[in-house]
Design a protein around this ligand. Structure first.
Ligand SMILES: N[C@@H](CCC(=O)N[C@@H](CS)C(=O)NCC(=O)O)C(=O)O
Length: 266
């Protein structure tokens, strides 16, 4: 007599669509199939399976200031969420109002910064540390790029902030940003379309959210955009911003603007 294995309907209906997705491509420890010896129907031919899904990762991220219960405008949080999305790891967002940090959050991370993730019952802060830990623990699909690629485009964010905050059009901050973007354009022309070549990698997930802020904040506060003379940067931004994982984890334009406003005015 042959034995057919199938998922018990009761078990399958309680699975969320995210978890169902993981049934097809289970990450290393996110979904565990276990045959339950008590659930074998002795007179029938059907053996049921119970499906034990590992709890989703708890992730503290910035809350929107414009719409309730929506993800806010933190590029470091988005970097972590992009990593989880791309690695097909389920997560639960805990949105934190950074203007009024709750007690429970300050207990988790007294420094008061997001992102923070619960890894193996320990709260871990800082997107560098978190993304590296996720890569080590869940290497498939691999997102890591060679160490020498980590510095590609790494001065764009600070020069963007310098230009955004600048009140003197002749202080050289715009040129400093253009110089960084121009080197990045040359790099992409030679090595692109992504920083590590053909495939998107962890370095893109660090830089992409910062470029998203650059585009929105400079467009809004300075009526400025990346010049057409830098086509590789422009198409890089377009490609990153249109990834499903990016669309799913990006913040509202209004939040990005609200987030930078005090820095521009201050
Ligand atoms: N180096 C940290 C930076 C994190 C960071 O600066 N997060 C900001 C939000 S974008 C924050 O939590 N700021 C605390 C505050 O605004 O009070 C990382 O990579 O995670």
């Amino acid at each position: 007599m042959s034995t057919t294995a199938r998922i018990h309907p009761a078990a399958s209906t309680v699975l969320s669509s995210t978890i169902k997705h993981h049934l097809l491509r289970p990450p290393p420890n996110a979904v565990v199939f276990r045959t339950n010896p008590n659930s074998v129907r002795r007179r029938g031919t059907i053996r049921t399976l119970t499906v034990a899904a590992a709890a989703p990762f708890e992730v503290c991220a910035k809350a929107s200031v414009t719409v309730p219960n929506k993800l806010g405008d933190c590029p470091f949080c988005q970097r972590v969420l992009l990593t989880l999305e791309e690695k097909n790891l389920p997560y639960d967002l805990k949105l934190v109002d950074l203007a009024n940090k709750p007690e429970w959050f300050l207990k988790i991370n007294p420094e008061g910064k997001v992102p923070v993730i619960n890894l193996n019952e320990k709260w871990v802060a800082d997107s560098d540390v978190i993304t590296q830990a996720l890569e080590e623990k869940y290497p498939d699909p691999p997102l890591a790029a060679p160490p020498e690629k980590a510095s590609v485009g790494s001065k764009i964010f600070s020069t963007f902030i310098g230009f955004l905050k600048s009140k003197d059009p002749k202080d050289g901050t715009e040129q400093a940003l253009l110089n960084e973007l121009s080197s990045f354009n040359d790099y992409l022309k030679e090595n692109g379309p992504f920083i590590n070549g053909k495939e998107v990698s962890a370095v893109d997930f660090s830089l992409g959210p910062k470029l998203y802020h650059l585009e929105i904040a400079l467009g809004h506060f300075k009526d400025w955009s990346v010049p057409d003379s830098l086509p590789y940067v422009k198409s890089y931004m377009k490609s990153i911003f249109s990834l499903d994982s990016f669309v799913k984890t990006s913040s509202l334009k209004e939040d990005v603007i609200a987030g930078w406003r005090p820095k521009v005015l201050g």
